[in-house]
Design a protein around this ligand. Structure first.
Ligand code: MLC
Ligand code: AMP
Length: 506
């Protein structure tokens, strides 16, 4: 019987000589392919020894490390479901995710063990392990006693491999269920489309709790048997130092903006590079052009989402990479632009982007109604992105119908933040909008109306948010005003607010 487990495909791409270097860290630690093979086997054996039910979720909130990646590989290998959580999430956020996903295993940093384990045990989780970014923690201690041989669990293409939580427009996060088949098909398509070849080396400096770093980066390198230069965090100077040893780099636009701010970024530093890829948020045409001038390389911009992994890409070869566009639908992906009635719009006109393909997710975890709402009768997923296709077939994302702010590549849903602010004493109502920001692309600004007789303070409101919410979600400024602009229906006109505050960080 064919094994469709994603890990089996990644493993089969490992080089014949397992003693070659698979990963080199920023501090010079080397991991061989054999280390990945044995490490993932040991952790997979540990997970399997716990007697977990079929489809058990393994929730992980840990700092970026090679061992955290090995835990991901081990979860796939053992046939369980990986559930990564942003390290910025605080207790109320973690409480929701763990309560909703009911993971059988939770892995957290030892610094957070106290509060995370309390939440996990309350939700019925039986196993809580720790994993730190210095190769310590109870997960590795326990795995050290396990065999380094392991038969990859047999999985079908439709079996769940991961759940990625993405915030909802109503403020409640939804868990997008991705199957082994979704992820493998996308990895295989990208390997060909981006011309991965022997000898490629990827600089990996992105978080591994979202699609970009976890799937596009890790799968991209592994399915090509390519070495990764693994940086513990994004540091532009360190990236530039490592560029001559690499051929591929991936980043959200903020990473490119920060690299351009470094005088050391030049053609010489990029002499061995083959490909720079950007995505997760719109790349400004100015950044695209400045990059071309400074490095001689043309950034390849692509577009994707948690629910679908990658959907479109500018061409690697055989066509021009056009700044401001996200290229063409990837092979196997069907993408259409439709009006609000669901009818295709003429070439060049703006409409809603809908997609279909082997990479499109299986639905939202325990939310069948929400899942049904997001698919059309003929099986297309409504992305919530608004765009157009020009006469040459290039796709441009021009906006979003979903009320969403993308800040430094992280998604922030205004509804969630407004809900938080509205519950604070003295607040009658609030509106959160995204405004342009030179570093993060876009950041949130909160506009608040006081309750009669109350005088809430903007700085205090920001402080309250910092204490309770993931830091990237916190609006950079909060204004208390006497009224919000409204349309005739009484609905807040966010476009007017965006216009009013657009110069705040210019
Ligand atoms: C950090 N801060 C942010 C922020 N990141 N504010 C807004 N937006 C962000 N993204 C704030 C913190 O709150 C803090 O504020 C201050 O900046 C410093 O925090 P830090 O943690 O030291 O920041 P830094 O390490 O510089 O992080 C910036 C970053 C990071 C750009 C490196 O945000 C990042 O790694 N972004 C990548 C996100 C990503 O991988 N997205 C892919 C999603 S997948 P204060 O006030 O507390 O000091 C997806 C699908 C697809 O979208 O298509 O790929
Ligand atoms: P996430 O839910 O974190 O997976 O974010 C997905 C969203 O990021 C998409 O729906 C788009 O709105 C946005 N996005 C991803 N890539 C791009 C891009 N290249 N240009 C514009 N928006 C993008």
């Amino acid at each position: 019987m064919t094994n469709h487990n994603l890990f089996a495909a990644l493993r089969s791409a490992f080089p014949a000589n397992l003693d070659e270097v698979a990963i080199e860290t920023g501090s010079g630690l080397l991991y061989s392919w054999r280390d990945l093979e044995h490490g993932s086997a040991m952790v997979a054996n540990l997970l399997q020894s716990l007697g977990l039910p079929e489809g058990a979720r393994i929730a992980v909130q840990v700092e970026r490390s090679v061992e955290a990646m090995v835990l991901y590989l081990a979860t796939l290998r053992a046939g369980f479901v990986f559930l990564p959580l942003n390290t910025a999430y605080q207790s109320a956020e973690i409480d929701y995710f763990i309560g909703n996903a009911e993971p059988a295993v939770v892995v957290c940093s030892s610094a957070n063990f106290g509060w995370v384990s309390k939440i996990a045990f309350k939700a019925g989780t039986k196993n809580v392990f720790t994993l730190d970014d210095d190769r310590t923690g109870s997960l590795l201690e326990r795995a050290a006693h396990c065999s380094d041989r392991h038969d990859v669990a047999v999985r079908q293409p439709g079996d769940m491999a991961a759940i990625l939580y993405t915030s909802g427009t109503t403020g409640r996060s939804k868990g997008a269920m991705l199957s082994h088949g979704n992820l493998l098909s996308n990895a295989q398509v990208l390997k060909d489309y981006w011309g991965w070849k022997p000898g490629d080396v990827l600089i990996h400096a992105l978080p591994i709790f979202h699609v970009h770093g976890l799937f596009v980066g890790i799968h991209g390198a592994l399915i090509n048997g390519s070495k990764m230069i693994w940086l513990s965090k994004f540091d532009p100077k360190k990236v530039i130092e490592k560029l001559p040893e690499a051929t591929v780099f991936m980043g959200v636009p903020t990473l490119y903006v920060r690299l351009l701010a470094e005088p050391g970024l030049n053609r010489e530093a990029c002499r061995n590079m083959r490909l720079f890829i950007a995505g997760s948020a719109p790349l400004l045409v100015e950044t695209f052009r400045e990059w071309q001038e400074r490095t001689g390389h043309t950034i390849l911009e692509r577009y994707g989402m948690s629910e679908t992994a990658m959907l479109t890409s500018n061409p690697y070869q055989g066509g021009e990479r056009r700044g401001g566009t996200v290229g063409f639908a990837l092979p196997g992906v069907s993408l259409r632009v439709v009006d609000d009635a669901g009818q295709p719009v003429p070439t060049g006109e703006i409409g809603n982007i809908q997609v279909q393909g082997p990479n499109v997710f299986q639905g939202y975890w325990r939310m069948p109604e929400k899942t049904a709402e997001e698919f059309t009768a003929d099986g297309y997923f409504r992305t919530g992105d608004v765009g157009k296709i020009d006469g040459d077939g290039y796709i441009t994302i021009v906006g979003r119908s979903k009320d969403l702010i993308i800040s430094g590549g992280y998604n922030v849903y205004p509804a969630e933040i407004e809900g938080f602010i509205n519950d604070l004493p003295g607040v009658a109502e609030s509106a959160v909008v995204g405004v342009p920001h030179p570093d993060f692309g876009e950041v949130g600004v909160a506009v608040v109306i006081a309750r009669p007789g109350a005088a809430p303070d903007g700085l205090q409101i920001v402080a309250e948010m910092k204490a309770k919410l993931a830091n990237f979600k916190v609006p950079k400024q909060c204004f208390v005003v006497t009224e919000l602009p409204r349309n005739t229906m009484g609905k807040v006109q966010k476009n007017v607010l965006r216009e009013q505050y657009k110069g705040l960080f210019a």
